[in-house]
Design a protein around this ligand. Structure first.
Ligand SMILES: [Zn+2]
Ligand SMILES: [Zn+2]
Length: 366
């Protein structure tokens, strides 16, 4: 079949909208009609070359849609099911899966980074040339063929437009608070960055019953946004942040600090905001090859814990349905996280707005 997709033909160039050839699902795969897909920094890292990836590629990894056809041997998903796409498929059998660390599953990592299906082959062609699928999801397209392991079936009674965010930003942020850090009721939390991941961390901390939730951003427009989602105060990057955080925490620093951007200088600032015995969770993905200077003497003397959080330490098959239940119950606000909606043809404008910091999340709807 043919499908409309946003192709990245060369690094550093804009996305181009083209009709591409999409082969049907093979054994163990599904054809999904994409309903919505979020605009995330990780796709930009591919487009800008900061993440090395085979090209041409169809990116887009924060998608939700409806199953349109199922391949041979897929017995537990049917046409019409609502699904959220999962960019870190887990096998359920490897060393990490057996230890309930699905986001570290080692079985499918090579295929995912090769931009192929799990069997190492591709489904997309354009002008006779192979086109790769970023994260095996290629969701900047009307239709996508994806592995069964990369979909999570969710309840069918809530609209999928906002639900797409669960597939990346919301899982990453809510999961960082709930699972990686394990925020407990009454604890104090600082979140650096009020984009899609940061706002999700704020919501996760609120769901965990955090006491103080102090958010920090560079843009004054984020003050009401942070408060809307549960921050008890929102600071500007220009403020004396360590002094204000100490003021709010009896002079000690916060129980939990989250860095949601992936910028080494901000990660270094973040560590200074944690109290002795506190935890810094790094949820923003810094470009590969960058490094952060943490003062080891302080880490040792103050027993600071520094944790990496990849995909919020979630188990998508277990946790996406739970997040959808929280959304349906009105406890997790996804709708207001969608700052703007775009058509696929407007994808380059969506990325411009994302890079300018104008969005909590931009979502392409079909
Ligand atoms: Zn595994
Ligand atoms: Zn993402």
């Amino acid at each position: 079949m043919k499908t409309k997709a946003a192709i990245l033909e060369r690094v550093g160039e804009p996305f181009r909208i083209e009709e591409v050839e999409l082969e049907g699902p093979r054994a163990g795969e599904l054809l999904v009609k994409i309903v919505a897909v979020g605009v995330c920094h990780s796709d930009w890292h591919v487009a800008s070359g900061m993440t090395k990836h085979p090209i041409p590629v169809v990116a887009g990894h924060e998608g939700a849609g409806v199953v349109h056809a199922v391949g041979e041997g897929v017995g537990d998903v049917k046409v019409g099911d609502h699904v959220i796409l999962n960019w870190a498929p887990a096998c359920g059998r490897c060393f990490y899966c057996r230890r309930d660390r699905a986001s570290l599953c080692e079985t499918y990592t090579p295929a995912i980074w090769a931009g192929t299906m799990l069997d190492g082959t591709t489904r997309l062609k354009w002008r006779g040339e192979t086109v790769y699928s970023y994260s095996g999801l290629a969701s900047f397209a009307e239709f996508s063929v994806v592995p069964r392991e990369s979909v999570v079936v969710v309840r069918g009674d809530v609209a999928l437009e906002s639900a797409a965010l669960v597939g990346c930003a919301v899982a990453t942020g809510v999961g960082a608070a709930m699972f990686t850090a394990g925020v407990r009721a009454g604890e104090s939390v600082v979140v650096l960055g009020c984009g899609g991941v940061g706002i999700s961390i704020i919501q996760g901390a609120r769901l965990c019953g955090a006491g103080q939730i102090i958010a920090v951003d560079t843009r004054v427009e984020k003050i009401p946004v942070g408060r809307h989602f549960g921050a008890t105060s929102v600071l500007m990057a220009s403020d004396d942040i360590p002094a204000v955080v100490r003021h709010h925490t009896d002079g000690r620093g916060a129980d939990h600090v989250f860095e949601a951007i992936g910028v080494p200088a901000v990660q270094e600032l973040a560590m200074r905001l944690a109290r002795p015995g506190g935890t810094l969770t790094l949820a923003g993905l810094a470009p590969m090859g960058t490094a952060t200077n943490f003062p080891s003497a302080v880490i040792t003397r103050e027993e600071i814990t520094i944790k990496g959080s990849y995909y919020g330490t979630v188990n998508p098959q277990r946790d996406f349905p739970m997040l959808m239940d929280l959304y349906a119950a009105g406890k997790l606000d996804l709708d207001d996280m969608v700052t703007r909606r775009y058509r696929l043809e407007e994808i380059n404008e969506a990325y411009r707005a994302m890079l300018a910091g104008e969005l909590v999340r931009g979502v392409i709807v079909f």
